[in-house]
Design a protein around this ligand. Sequence first.
Ligand SMILES: [Zn+2]
Length: 394
Amino acid sequence: MPTPPSHPFTFTRKQSASNKTPRQINRNLVFNLIRTRQPISRADLARVSGLQRSTISLIVEDLIRERWVLEGSTGRLPRGRRPTFLELNHQRAVIALDIHPAQTTVAVTDLGGRIVAQNVVVLPADPNKAIVPIIAAIKKLMANHSDRSFDGIGISLPGRADPEMQKLVFAPNVHWPVLSIKSKIQRATGLRVEMDNVANACALSEVWFGDSDGVNDLVVVNVSEGIGTGIFSNGRLLRGANGMAGEFGHVEMEHDGRLCGCGGRGCWETVASNTAGLRYYQEMSGHGAPNFATLVKMAQADDRNAIASLEKMSLYLGRGLRMIASALAPSEIVIVGDITSAWHMFGPKVEAELKRNAISRPPRLRPSFEGNTARLRSAVALVMNQGVDLNQRN
Ligand SMILES: [Zn+2]
């Protein structure tokens, strides 16, 4: 019996059932199998995918002709047969941007989402000048890797972009004209730019890169300066009117609580984000921590106040997840953010709170496998998700 198709196949089928041909579906399946299992022979592709050997040969020819895939090393089998192994074309690359209010990470990655090089750009205080160092960093990385050809630029945003209007409708923590960067970067580099909310992009990435195998209902919770969620429901991203679905971070958790960037009070992100964790530490110790990543390291080094402040944050994080579990009943919740680097310490606290008084079976809770690079890889998923489809020219 053939091995069941891997997840990207399922994703493609469900995402675009209306406009994809079986040939395109198989093509995505084969591409992702090569990506995850490279180097791999045609015979193994047929065995793993359950597709006919002749179908595999045709698809592989296409992928090689279009330069997605290369024929690499030659294997050696008993009795002298020598299969050729296939791998992704490592000459091709993607630029990934992870945007935060005060800094932006710019990276070069290969088609499989592996990070080849990265730079952190500290943004200037004048919001109108933020775009200048970002474009400079992109151009510098492209120049340093001029032996590669770039397929596009993916941008993960801490806000919501209206997919119809192509404008940013909600980004309470970013105070510079972030939306204008798409056209500016496009003009400066000549590359295609794909942009989406970071939590949506991470949900897409979990499915595109196959980490949530066979899952059709998952929620990604991105815990950063604020909290954003990306909802993958019934096999597709849930966007809602104006692309605003998933703003659980701005549901009131504490009546008359702290003022939030959105103008409301006591929103979930005012009590469970990295910003909240840093504030708890300030309140408990009487002095601040330099940044959230450092606070997590301090907790790992047994700093009592750091541990207590992150435990408090975890409690509120779990409380909000309970709301998500009740609202959407996902089979899995994936956490993205710096807190995942100390998940062994704080994950159990979050999970205990998620499971408290659950009305149905609680979802599986796990940190993103990529840890701190999840947001960069999500930007790659944005480009790849369009790219492989758009390059189907027949
Ligand atoms: Zn709010």
